[in-house]
Write a protein that binds this ligand. Structure first.
Ligand code: C2O
Ligand code: CU
Length: 505
């Protein structure tokens, strides 16, 4: 029997509707129109703990900073410009500078000092912010455009104030259009030294000349350690350290003890190893390792955004700190040949000696899953194979809800086919287990965790810093593609909006 022409057309329309209707709905649902509050984005997830009304917080945490009457101990002004410039090592870059150069100034403080940084945007057309990566600052100083502040427009300024509570190695970078601005230069190092360091032993390091990056600090055990910042960054495909490609000589003497503060500012992990000397991994992401053992013939994997402090005594023939194999610090005499990248890696799960965590992760108030995958769908109206978290695509990624004081556990799993450096703002997480193997070494505290494809990590932290905090992939291209979830505290509210000039990723 033949259907009439009209009936056939109708059948086709119905069939197409059955297929395209849901697709159209998904497409429409993915469109983020105009601006929106981060509080309205995301699927609330209470992690098995008590639920609360998360749309009506009464504490505008993102506007409350440090005590405004306290005078700062460290005052820095940073001027951001969009321009063509020359790296300290001589290469030309079309990008962004801070005080005329990239990397920007090394910001140095003592533990407990109040740091006040004035960011002035001279000419960055898209606006700019500064995020203090790894420093558990008050939410108001977190520097995320559209979440904790508005992007700073050309001609405007913004003042960040925070107490450097924890000694260690950190960095700062723009969190406005970060996948564009960070690769092209808007970043710098932060070094917080212990408060018990001898007063006249520290001085300002100068990244414009790598031989000046050293300064002598007296640590409490009366041994002199020379402090060296090694800020690694890939500019236009070339790896640099403090802006220098290739080998960077550092004027230190055989017998001198050095602490090399390696900072990975890129989108992918970087293997670091030492030619010509054993070493110790004395700190990870700003936290000292308990009883770090001597390492030889192994590399340390520094995840994107992560830091590792290596300590060694410069041997007679000098040593080389190899940063991914294409850039190196040459410590002392330019003696030892480059050793190839060791096949073995220091496993921080069992490195150092175990010590109390200071809280009980087994008494967790909330347990979250952070399951990273990939699936077909629409993000911002574009069809594609996108990063998913717990099966959801941006902007419906989970909003992890906590109350102040909660002990929080998160199981991060990655089945997406690629490595992801997972970064939580405002908190440090301790690694409890990897692939169900419990940690046995020094407490392994991180703010940036390398989660390879197929891996599962159990981490825990104490919710002790109220606010709304990003919990995202620090491959900034992945973040820009929507790989951004948040941690939100009960009772807080955010007055800023994403969109209309605020594009944090
Ligand atoms: Cu290094 Cu969300 O940032
Ligand atoms: Cu990623």
């Amino acid at each position: 029997m033949r259907l009439s022409r009209r009936a056939r057309t109708l059948a086709a329309v119905v069939a197409a509707g059955a297929v395209l209707g849901p697709v159209g709905w998904l497409w429409q649902d993915s469109l983020v129109l105009g601006s929106f509050s981060v509080m309205a984005a995301g699927e609330p997830d209470f992690g098995g703990g008590p639920a609360f009304d998360h749309h009506h917080g009464d504490r505008v945490v993102a506007t409350v900073g440090e005590d405004p009457t306290r005078a700062p101990d460290v005052t820095v002004t940073v001027v951001a410009r969009q321009e063509r410039f020359r790296l300290p090592g001589g290469r030309e870059v079309d990008g962004y500078t801070l005080n005329g150069t990239s990397p920007g100034p090394v910001i140095e403080a003592r533990q407990g000092e109040l740091v006040e940084v004035t960011l002035r945007n001279e000419s960055v057309a898209d606006g700019v912010t500064l995020h203090w990566h790894g420093i558990d600052v008050p939410n108001a100083a977190d520097g995320v455009a559209g979440v904790t502040q508005d992007a700073v427009s050309p001609g405007d300024e913004f003042v960040y104030r925070f107490v450097a509570e924890q000694a260690g190695t950190y960095w700062y970078h723009s969190h406005q259009a970060s996948h564009v601005q960070v690769p092209r230069g808007l970043f710098g190092a932060v070094v917080v030294r212990p408060s018990d360091v001898d007063d006249d032993a520290t001085d300002v390091t100068d990244v414009t000349d790598v031989t000046d990056v050293t300064d002598v600090t007296d640590v409490t055990d009366v041994t002199d350690v020379t402090d060296i910042v090694a800020l690694a960054h890939i500019f236009g495909g070339t790896r640099t350290v403090n802006g220098h490609a290739g080998d960077s000589p550092v004027a230190v003497e055989p017998g001198e003890r050095v602490r090399v503060r390696v900072i990975n500012t890129d989108n992918g992990p970087m293997a670091v190893w030492v030619s010509g000397s054993p070493f110790r991994v004395v700190a990870v992401d700003g936290t000292d390792v308990t009883e770090p053992g001597q390492v030889a013939g192994r590399a340390v994997l520094v995840t994107a955004g992560g830091r590792a402090d290596l300590e060694l005594t410069v041997p007679e023939g000098g040593a080389r700190v190899e940063l991914g194999g294409s850039a190196a610090l040459v410590l002392g005499p330019p003696g030892p040949p480059t050793e190839p990248k060791p096949a073995a890696t220091v496993d921080l799960l069992s490195y150092g000696r175990s010590a109390p965590l200071g809280f009980d992760p087994d008494a967790a108030d909330r347990r979250f899953d952070y399951a990273i995958g990939r699936r077909l769908g629409f993000v911002r109206g574009l069809p594609g194979l996108w990063w998913s978290v717990n099966g959801q695509l941006y902007p419906d990624l989970p909003m992890f809800m906590v109350s102040e004081g909660d002990v929080v556990r998160v199981r991060i799993s990655n089945d997406s086919g690629e490595v992801h450096p997972m970064h939580l703002h405002g908190h440090h997480m301790v690694v409890l287990a990897r692939d169900d193997v419990a940690a046995t070494g020094s407490p392994w505290w991180v703010d940036s965790l390398n989660v390879a494809d197929g891996e599962r990590y159990d981490v825990a932290f104490v919710a002790d810093n109220p606010g709304v905090w990003m919990f995202h992939c620090h491959h900034l291209g992945h973040a820009a593609d929507g790989f951004v979830a948040h941690l939100m505290y009960e009772g807080v509210t955010v007055p800023y909006r994403i969109g209309d000039g605020n594009e944090p990723e």
